[in-house]
Every structure is written in C-alpha cells, then in structure tokens.
Design a protein around this ligand. Sequence first.
Ligand SMILES: C[S@@+](CC[C@H](N)C(=O)[O-])C[C@H]1O[C@@H](n2cnc3c(N)ncnc32)[C@H](O)[C@@H]1O
Length: 470
Amino acid sequence: MRKHKKKTNFEILENIRIEEMVAEGKCLARHDNMVVFVGGVAPGDVVDLRITRKKKSFMEAEAINFHSYSDVRVQPFCEHFGTCGGCKWQHIGYDTQLYYKQKQVQDNLERIGKVALPPFDPILGSAKDKFYRNKLEFTFSNYGWLTNEQIKSGEEHERRALGFHMPGRFDKILDIQNCYLQPEPSNSIRLAVRDYARANNLVFFDKLRMNGWLRNLIIRTANTGELMVIVQVYHEDEEALTGLLDHLATTFPEITSLQYVVNGKGNETFHDLEVVCYKGLPYIHEEMEGIRFRVGPKSFYQTNGDQAYELYKLTREFAGLSGNELVYDLYTGAGTIANFVARQCREVIGIEYVPSAIEDAKINSQINDITNTTFYAGDMKDILSDELIERHGRPDVVITDPPRAGMDEKVVAKLLQVHANRIVYVSCNPATQARDLELLSEKYDVTRVQPVDMFPQTHHVENIVLLTAK
Ligand SMILES: C[S@@+](CC[C@H](N)C(=O)[O-])C[C@H]1O[C@@H](n2cnc3c(N)ncnc32)[C@H](O)[C@@H]1O
C-alpha cells in the first residue's frame, strides 16, 4: 500500500488570548468552540497561531507572532531555554507554576475522580527551584544539534556534543554549556569530560551508525557530599579509559565513587550489565533524619532529595503512626519510605517489582539497624495475595506510591478487600490517581489532599491523598 504524506494545515488564527496551562505543560486557548493546545506560551499572552494539527475535538498550534506578553512571564535564566527540552516552564514565575500545578491536581480529582473532596492543602513548593536534582544523565554524540543561529552564521561549529536529547529526537544531542538542574561540580565535571575527550580525540558515539566509543555520563550528587560519576563506553579500550578516568580522578578528588560500564548494546540502559568501580566505593549515601540510604549505580532514589524528605514527612504524618501499626508500603522502590517510617510503627512490609531495588531496600534496613521491615520482589498484583496477608496480617495502614500508570485494577480490588483503616496514596500522575480514587470510594473517603512540587520549571506534580475507611 502506498503511503501518503500527511498534509500540514497552515491555517492561521489571529489575536488569540492564551487562557491557561493544562496537562503535559501545554497551554490552552479557544477558537470557534474548539480548544487549541499551544507550547512555549504563557496564560495571558496574545498571539497569532499557526495550526499544526486539527482533530475533531481539538487543535494543536504554534505561536508565530506575539501581540502582547503576559505579566506572569519572567526572564528564563538558562541560555538553553527554548531549545533544550528540560525546564519548559522557566518563562513562568514560580508562584504561577505552583498555582497551575495545584489546579491540575484539583481538575483531575474533580473531573476524573468524581469523589467528594475536602478542601485541598496548598501545594508545597520546593525550597530550591534550581539545582534541585541529585542525578543527571548526559549523552555523547558526534553530531550535536546546531541552533538556527549557528546554522545561519555560516561558521564551522564543533559537532562533538555532550548533553541532553533534543525533545523527541533519539539521535540528536544538544551540547550543554551550563545546566541549572544539579549543583556543582556537575557542570564542571561534564565540561571537563567533554573538553578532555575532544582534546584527546576520543570518539563520541554515533547513534545512527551505532559506532564510536563514548556513550554517556551519569553524575549523582548526594546530601552527604558524596559524589558518583559513571562513564559508559561502547567497547573495551583500556588505554583511553584509564586516561579519561585518571584525568577525572585527579581533577575532581571529591569524586567518592568513580565507575564505568562497557555497553555494546543498542541502548544505554545498564541494569543488566556489570558496572565496574574504578576508584572509591561502588555506592554513595543519602541521609534523612540520621537514616542512611545506600545508592548504587543501578539504584533508584528520588531525584529531588530535599523535597523527597518533605514528601516523606507528609506521607508519614498522613499515615498517623502511633508505634503499633502494621504498614504495607506498596511500590517501595529501594525501601526508602518503608525504612523512613519503620521506627514509628510495629512492622513494615515493602513490595516492589525490581529485584535489585529490593536488595537495596534490605541493605538500607541492615545498615540502619532497622529490624522490623520485610521486603518482597515481584509484580504487585501477584505478591499482594491472600497468602501474604495471612502470613503478615491485615495492614492498619497502606502507603502506596505507584508508577505513572497508577495501580492495577486487581491491586485496587485487593485493597478494597483488605480494608486497612487508612491508605496514603502518593502519586506522580493525578489523572491515574483520580481514576483509582473513584474505585476506592466504594469503601473510602478522601480526607486530605496535599500536592507537592518535586520538579520546579516543569509541569510535573506529585500529590498525596489520605483515604480513610468509611
Ligand atoms: C514512583 S516509584 C516509587 C518509589 C518509592 N516509593 C520511593 O519513594 O523511592 C514506583 C515504583 O513502583 C515499581 N513498580 C512499577 N510497577 C510495578 C508492579 N507492577 N509491581 C510492583 N512494583 C512496581 C517501580 O519499579 C518503582 O520502583
């Protein structure tokens, strides 16, 4: 069958006022009773729009001309804003970002959840609105992205790049000069690696042809001051690797864990590969209230560590622990919430899909002398079984922190059957959370709602809901 090239519709809408920010970071405008989704604008802007996609119930458009700018706009602080896909809300003041995040939660819970809701607690903003991440992953490319200005200049530009993927492009990397997401020495390390690699003619990866040597660089900082750097290369080259890693070790003596991975696969994931510790320890630690969390190269740890502490304190407060409770921590990851609440309750059962995360969870109990936790690895719908509940007892409190897809229907059904006194539902996706709340409303009332911002300058929002048995 012959494929027809999709026609692009260049219809122009003039003098359109952008109304509000909606899901996925887009803004919304209206025209002839149709909603139009637009990126890169702010509520209050008045613009001309070029329609890029037209469906029955909505359109997508780009702003091609600004008549006036909204007063919620602020000057973006990053030179890469508009090109890099990272912090797309930088042009909106932080208070306005928080307003729309809270609204996003409220709209989802009201429209999808259709359950009785208490007044919401005001969203908890992040104390840091920059440099809040403890982990960044940068990709090498021998064919870095050129901006329009660079192309127009007609000059020759260095194409060997180390930075972030261009939005929607698996093969195009934007070389990053300065990133505001992770504290120093993150920028200095990335630039030093890139400059050393260029000066020594180490070959940057070519994703299209699948050849080259340097693949990616991961930097993990921690609130203990420990620092992990992982370099991923495509194949063994002892001389080149030793040169690069020694250069890093001498330039940045503060690196406490220097590791590398030889990855000859088609993608950059390395959960199934050996990570070799070249210098220092094979892990770093994060700390909360004196509890130390060991973070290995494959471990998950919340990327905004300071705000994760605020999230966990609220979660624990919602759980209302007096010391006697049996708590189930569902989707426990590396057991961070489980270990965080363990000293305030009788026992915690943590369940998580990823076996290595469960190994971390157990180690995190051991190194903190926490003896009242038990962890299981496996799919929630299989592990949260009648047999498990018989073995450990009916939980007084369930804490659940599922992935963006929310909970499987079978898991929700099991929670209704188990009927714990309280469920604390932590979610990074208010739409799926709302869907699950409607199902749980058969036996639970929503008694508290607290949105939390973990990712300033982005549209992402976290939300904690307390459900109390009817
Ligand atoms: C949002 S994270 C929770 C992280 C953890 N509570 C924390 O604060 O660090 C969701 C977790 O659910 C796990 N997960 C996803 N699907 C699962 C499933 N079907 N069964 C069990 N765990 C699952 C993921 O591996 C991930 O660790």
